[in-house]
Design a protein around this ligand. Structure first.
Ligand code: NAD
Ligand code: IPM
Ligand code: MN
Length: 348
């Protein structure tokens, strides 16, 4: 089998520290993969004005099986233009419509809730990733005056809503899940989320073995904290998915533990931890590399390298059980030490 070709964009801040640890973990599995690094980041943008080269997205699709991305965002670029063009650029231009964010508690000690065990927090958020209020359609009028108007449109298409809802049911079916919950604000956003309601009912009808349910997103936030064990697969729009996955990350031990994939089945997909560049942590060897390492495991599974994915997950589980962790997760090690320990464990 030809090696899988992976484009690596470590990006900014702690992305530069956690991604090398994710790469070590993959190498430790002996997986047949080839990494190619790209320096797309705030540094590059500040140096020569490049966010992503003109042919960047097409090149990724043509020459790579997947992309592994750290984080983008730097206080020296207050407009966040490079992050928008690189990260949101990949999601939109490569049409990576399903943002899959598994929420899995690995050990009771990591959960901020009382008496909560790993089997109580084990669900997946399927976030729509190419539409909604993220499309950057809108504008300002009379800017800087007392009469200023600022508009961001919330775009929901029949095609976009249908494909993400269907993805969630397919995901449930393929992963032995029995329930799919849709979260929206159809009580207020009657047009946009009325569409979500209609399409959800229609698609759910095609999957009689899976129980559909619904919550308003505010009520879901309450239930995520009060009774997370009821959740299996959640499907929601771009903005709500962003917000609830930070809350979900807290349930599994913090942003440093959370992984994600930006997927279009059959196309070059992109994998990134849920966390950002955490500028205040950067350069201190303090960031938790586990979210990035689990992200690399997700990528391997997506590429058909299930055994290698399992080895990484077992290595991470061992690190959690033996407290080989950074301080955010209750340990006393640095980024490199945690990554090094996990890689060593994977090598066996
Ligand atoms: P953030 O995720 O960077 O940090 C939020 C909090 O979580 C901070 O307290 C941080 O120290 C902590 N944290 C995050 N990752 C951690 C890790 N691996 N280990 C330990 N602690 C960790 O979010 P923010 O502060 O809102 O944003 C910082 C920058 O990152 C901004 O520019 C933002 O736009 C960007 N951002 C990028 C991505 C991405 O590239 N996918 C995601 C979120 C935010
Ligand atoms: C995420 C991030 C991004 C988002 C930002 C950095 C654009 O918060 O991946 O969760 O809002 O999607
Ligand atoms: Mn986010």
């Amino acid at each position: 089998m030809n090696p899988k070709r992976i484009a690596v964009v470590a990006g900014d801040g702690i992305g530069k520290e956690v991604i090398p640890q994710a790469v070590h973990a993959v190498r430790a599995t002996g997986a047949a993969v080839e990494f190619t690094e790209f320096d797309w980041s705030a540094d590059r943008y500040l140096r020569d004005g490049t966010t992503i080269p003109p042919d960047g997205f097409a090149m990724l699709e043509r020459e790579f099986d997947a992309a592994l991305v750290g984080a983008l965002g730097d206080p020296r670029v207050p407009s966040n233009i490079h992050a928008k063009e690189i990260l949101l650029g990949m999601r939109f231009r490569m049409d990576l419509y399903a943002n899959v964010r598994p929420v899995k508690l690995l050990d009771e000690s990591l959960c901020p809730l009382k008496n909560t065990r790993p089997e109580d927090v084990n669900f997946t958020v399927i976030r729509e990733n190419t539409e909604g209020i993220y499309v950057d359609v809108g504008g300002t009028f009379k800017q800087g005056t007392p009469d200023e108007i600022a508009i961001n449109e919330d775009v929901n298409t029949r095609k976009g809503v249908e494909r993400i809802i269907r993805y969630a049911f397919e995901y449930a079916q393929q992963n032995g899940r029995k329930r799919v919950l849709m979260a929206d604000k159809s009580n207020v956003l009657t047009h946009a989320h009325g569409l979500w309601q209609r399409v959800f009912k229609e698609v759910a009808g095609e999957y009689p073995a899976i129980q559909p349910s619904h919550m308003y997103v505010d009520a879901l936030c309450l239930q995520m904290v009060r009774e997370p064990r009821q959740l299996e697969v959640i499907v929601t729009n771009n903005m709500f998915g962003d917000i609830i996955t930070d809350l979900a990350a807290a349930l599994q031990g913090g942003l440093g533990m959370a992984a994600s994939g930006n997927i279009h089945p059959g196309k070059t997909s992109m994998f990134e931890p849920v966390h950002g560049s955490a500028p205040q942590l950067a350069g201190k060897n303090a960031a938790n590399p586990i979210g990035a390492i689990l992200t690399a495991a997700m990528m391997l599974e997506h590429l058909g390298l299930k055994q290698e994915c399992d080895h990484i997950e077992q290595g991470v589980l061992a690190a959690v059980r033996e407290r080989k962790l950074t301080t955010d997760a209750g340990g006393n090690l640095g980024t490199r030490e945690v990554g090094g320990w996990i890689a060593q464990r994977i090598r066996g």
